[in-house]
Design a protein around this ligand. Structure first.
Ligand SMILES: C[S@@+](CC[C@H](N)C(=O)[O-])C[C@H]1O[C@@H](n2cnc3c(N)ncnc32)[C@H](O)[C@@H]1O
Length: 222
């Protein structure tokens, strides 16, 4: 039976869906951080970890309409955003003029090796199928400099769900929920050491998983 959860066209479906909802997404999330002090605290911790490591550029991968990128800039982080959806990037550029936003995919990051001091993937891995997580983490490791900091936000749980509507727009989005153990094992395999894990109750009353990790200097054991 076709469940709609297949992985084949997830990139195209995800891109097209966010292109369709970009303006509505910006409306609905513009003030979300004001309501989530725990999330602001985590972002502040990340900003401080980057700072004590000497600072540098940070990539917000799956930045959407740029609200986290802009918040990190307010915290003194030299952040820029990357997103799969040209529609989301157009809104990010409009909402945050003067900041850098690029179209790109975390499955094929067009960034040089060890070129960023930190990387954030804030609820953007939620659409990545299980069998693509490890290659994505390998990309993250490649672009983050040794000792650099990684921050992940994701939905905690075990199931995957097909979303077919958002703010009155038709979409085809699969949202994957994951457990911390699963993320930690994949990060360790990719060469990241875990610094902190938390579970947050977000404004939407969904469990939010947070992992802060550091890129190890040596290659992961094969
Ligand atoms: C739930 S939104 C989160 C956006 C933003 N991080 C925030 O917190 O507002 C998920 C975002 O991830 C992006 N995304 C999904 N798959 C991606 C990929 N392979 N590469 C880059 N961005 C991706 C989507 O286009 C979307 O903007």
């Amino acid at each position: 039976m076709e469940t709609g959860l297949g992985t084949g066209s997830w990139l195209e479906d995800t891109r097209a869906s966010y292109d369709t909802v970009a303006d509505s997404y910006a409306e609905q999330t513009r003030h979300l951080l004001d309501e989530t002090p725990e999330e602001r605290a985590v972002l502040a911790m990340f900003a401080d970890m980057v700072r004590v490591q000497g600072g540098g550029t940070v990539a917000d991968v799956g930045c959407g309409t740029g609200r986290i990128t802009a918040h990190l800039r307010q915290l003194g982080v030299d952040a820029f955003g990357i997103d799969l959806s040209p529609g989301m990037i157009a809104v990010a550029r409009r909402e945050h003029p003067g900041l850098r936003f690029d179209v790109g995919s975390m499955t094929d990051l067009a960034l040089a090796d060890a070129s960023v001091a930190g990387l954030v993937a804030w609820y953007s891995l939620i659409h990545v199928p299980d069998d693509v997580i490890q290659p994505v983490f390998a990309h993250f490791r490649r672009v983050v400099r040794p000792g650099g900091t990684l921050l992940l936000g994701f939905h905690v749980g075990d199931e995957s769900r097909l979303i077919q509507g958002y703010a009155g727009h038709p979409v085809k989005l699969v949202v994957h929920r994951r457990q911390h153990d699963q993320m930690i094992a994949s990060l360790n395999d990719a060469g990241f050491a875990i610094e902190a894990c938390r579970t947050l109750t977000s404004a939407e009353s969904k469990l939010g998983g947070i992992v802060l990790a550091r890129r190890q200097a040596t290659d992961p054991a094969r």
